[in-house]
Design a protein around this ligand. Sequence first.
Ligand SMILES: C[S@@+](CC[C@H](N)C(=O)[O-])C[C@H]1O[C@@H](n2cnc3c(N)ncnc32)[C@H](O)[C@@H]1O
Length: 221
Amino acid sequence: MINLSKRLEKIASYIDKEDIVLDVGCDHALLDIYLSKKYSKVFYASDLRESALDMARANVKKYNANKVILKCGNGLEPLKECKDVNTIILSGMGYMSIINILKKIKNSNINKLVVQSNSNPEKVRKFILKNGFYISDESVVLDRNIYYIVTSYKRGKRKYNKFQKEIGMISGNDLDKYIEVEIKKCKVLLTVIPKNYIFKRLEIKRKIKYLNKKKNSIDKK
Ligand SMILES: C[S@@+](CC[C@H](N)C(=O)[O-])C[C@H]1O[C@@H](n2cnc3c(N)ncnc32)[C@H](O)[C@@H]1O
């Protein structure tokens, strides 16, 4: 069996047996090989680059994962060839790539997204929430000294306040440490933002307050 990184393990944990998945930007395709073995069913995996798919092909062969179907294509393009797909995985990319790929998601047949952005997860979250999905679950994972936010979205609407959109609905064993890191980042920002940027500073102070409240609620559990 494949040993996944903690980050990929968390992404995999958000996939249910009934999901019909296209993993966009699969690269090595290890996640899809793992999932296809776990559920003994077809997983579609695509990438923009043939060179990435060569690696994926080699891994599919190595693990004898004949239920992983590899496609070459940009973003959601491969969906044309796999019309039964109802779930998209997008992980390990920057926020702009993810947002660009998801630009047409609102009017698609996709009803579930599992997303992990390597940068600005709050920008991706806000975009997805605006485009007809709600957060079904969200976790923070510490993997090789980097905190990753992994979010599972389902189609539908829910109301979130400003901080829930910004920070998310995260849980997980690493949440308290992650919040401490986020508070530190905010405090550093306060040292560099000029005093006359009153509203920006106020916003950051409110964020610190929200994060502290979230931290206190974890400590009490
Ligand atoms: C760093 S890898 C991440 C691999 C894997 N998803 C993971 O989480 O470990 C990012 C992959 O996304 C692919 N990619 C970037 N933009 C893409 C796009 N618009 N459509 C399809 N694949 C894309 C790249 O070619 C690369 O193989």
